[in-house]
Write a protein that binds this ligand. Sequence first.
Ligand SMILES: [Zn+2]
Length: 119
Amino acid sequence: MLKGSCHCGKVNFDLLIKPTHFTECNCSICYRIGAIWAHADESEINIICNDEDLIDYIWGDKMLAFCSCKFCGCTTHWKDLDAQQSTRMAVNMRMANKAELQNIPVRHFDGADSFEYLD
Ligand SMILES: [Zn+2]
């Protein structure tokens, strides 16, 4: 299990699986956040926080919410807003202990343009 937490510690997560890779994406939002995502099914991720400590950022086609700690501003995860259609979500591994991530490769996803992995 991999754990992460925002800077102030109010928002924590557990990733219950060990992913084969993480994803860095260059789309307009991921590029700005600088996130390294671990994608999983929502059943494989526990978000541990008070709901009122999160800010959801929702824009465009309103498919996803990017969730950040209201206090320290760290973006900890995104979730699908239509859980009936998709239970995919992702946690930002920049919130995790670097040493625990070393054996898992980071793949680069071209979310800005081709929507394919660049490696
Ligand atoms: Zn925080």
